[in-house]
Design a protein around this ligand. Structure first.
Ligand code: G3P
Length: 220
């Protein structure tokens, strides 16, 4: 399972990219809106793409398919490797089919059930983003939606890649990997939390102290 960063914050994306374990980045309008309003969106997205070098999902904000396709054209002029992120609405599916027919990668977002993911995949989505955290927020098992999707994908040999999105904590990450998601898109904070283990810290401290003691002993 690959890891993407779910962020539009350049500092976080740079820090995550420096870890060497990130294959892409997903953005959305809300994540962009959290950043400095003086930043030019196009310039920011180009910086983000240059920083990570791999998958970069950029979301459209139109709600009609012609508008979505116009936005997709514009984004692809910024950088042709972009993946066009499209909301799961009927107009979105029309746009996904048209983009898929031209070989342009799409990421269908705001999926909350395996049925939605199945429909998006049949419209030609390259990626299907299943949101866990927002399901948990309404007392519904978010991981189950990813598990159901992965099971259907296995049964029918579906080709779209399943992105586990709306990941809020390390347990979500673990459960998505167990459920069979192909990719997890993770906020930088959750990536750091998932790296942390007290035995790693204690083990390193002991290694360094032991080595220092050995050097001191040799020197005396
Ligand atoms: O990128 C979409 C998704 O990951 C958003 O997460 O935490 O706003 O539900 P969240």
């Amino acid at each position: 399972m690959q890891l993407y960063v779910d962020s539009a914050n350049l500092a976080d994306i740079r820090a995550a990219a420096a870890l060497g374990c990130i294959s892409g980045v997903t953005t959305n309008p809300s994540l962009l809106a959290k950043e400095d309003p003086s930043l030019d969106v196009k310039a920011l997205l180009l910086d983000i793409h240059r920083t990570v070098g791999g998958h970069t999902s950029v979301e459209v904000v139109s709600t009609d398919s012609d508008g979505m396709l116009r936005e997709a054209d514009e984004i692809l002029q910024w950088f042709p490797e972009a993946t066009i992120k499209i909301p799961f609405i009927p107009a979105g599916l029309t746009a996904v089919r048209k983009l898929a027919d031209q070989g342009i990668p799409t990421n269908v977002t705001l999926l909350f059930t395996a049925n939605q993911a199945l429909i998006a995949a049949n419209a030609g989505a390259t990626y299907v983003s299943v949101f866990l955290g927002r399901l948990d927020d309404i007392s519904t098992d978010g991981v189950q939606a990813v598990r159901d999707t992965a099971e259907i994908w296995d049964t029918h040999g579906m080709e779209s890649l399943i992105i586990a999105a709306s990941i809020r904590n390390p347990l979500h990450l673990l459960e998505c990997a167990r459920a069979g998601a192909h990719i997890a898109t993770v906020p930088y904070k959750v990536l750091l939390q998932s790296m942390k283990h007290p035995l790693t810290d204690a083990g390193l401290e002991a290694f360094l102290n032991d080595y220092k003691a050995m050097v001191a002993k040799k020197g005396s």
